[in-house]
Ligand binder design. Structure first.
Ligand code: MN
Length: 246
């Protein structure tokens, strides 16, 4: 199998190295990742300047752009043939519920999916996460399963792994996205010239962490796997809006 790996934490991130090491035995691994941490970049593309592609001593390629730029560039220009799978991660921290809208990790996978390739985002669900070997084994198991039972079309999967030793993982749950409370307020401070500056505050706590959500599965020690879709149409409101306009 031919893999394209990317992330949003940067080409030097330990999570990316763990993912590449875990998948190496299963095929041909290509890594194209941002040159710096672009967490929270969502699906942005760089349109106001050209991109450069460089190779690190590790063999990984890096781009002075976003996670979406990396996958777009690799699939549409750099790789000689399309990868069988795009895998983004292993993110340093969870991407659950509304995180998926801001996440550069999910965005890199989304770009693969939009280009017609089965794609997976994988995150280790704790700030300051440590057990990248666990998430690497989970990624390898998922890939083995895909090799045995390939998907018929492009799918987009969002995987969150509890930050636990592998032996303590209880299994897998197919989940829906939960919801967070609204984020904490921005933090106001001053720069050295006395001007006001603001830091975006931390994410909110889980609001909908009911059974069946990603938050619930991870809190119970299960790997959470959520199939995602990109069509934002609110189908239930189509009739209502047509009537309202009439
Ligand atoms: Mn990140």
């Amino acid at each position: 199998m031919k893999f394209l790996l990317s992330n949003d934490d940067g080409y030097f991130a330990p999570g990316l190295a763990a993912l590449a090491a875990a998948l190496q035995p299963q095929g041909e691994v290509h890594v194209v990742a941002p040159e710096r941490d672009r967490s929270g970049a969502s699906n942005s593309l760089t349109l106001d300047r050209p991109l450069s592609l460089k190779q690190a001593a590790s063999g990984f390629h890096y781009v002075n752009g976003t996670p979406t730029d990396c996958v777009h560039l690799a699939v549409t220009g750099m790789l000689e043939s399309e990868p069988d799978l795009v895998i983004s991660g292993i993110n340093h921290g969870a991407n659950m519920g509304d995180d998926t809208l801001y996440s550069g990790t999910v965005a890199a996978a989304t770009e693969g999916f939009l280009l017609g390739i089965p794609s997976i985002a994988i995150s280790l669900a704790r700030h300051g996460a440590r057990h990248f070997d666990t998430a690497g084994r989970v990624a390898a198991e998922l890939v083995e399963r895909i090799a045995r039972h390939p998907f018929r079309g492009a799918v987009l999967l969002n995987v969150n792994v509890p930050d636990l030793p592998y032996e303590e993982i209880k299994g897998w749950h197919v989940t829906r996205l939960g919801r967070r409370h609204k984020a904490e307020p921005v933090i106001r401070s001053q720069n050295p010239r006395g001007e006001a500056i603001y830091w975006v505050g931390p994410v909110g706590a889980a609001q909908d962490a009911a059974e069946g959500t990603d938050f619930w599965a991870v809190s119970q020690g299960y790997v959470s796997i959520t199939p995602l879709q990109i069509d934002l149409t609110a189908y239930k409101q189509l009739d209502f809006l047509a009537e309202w306009l009439a």
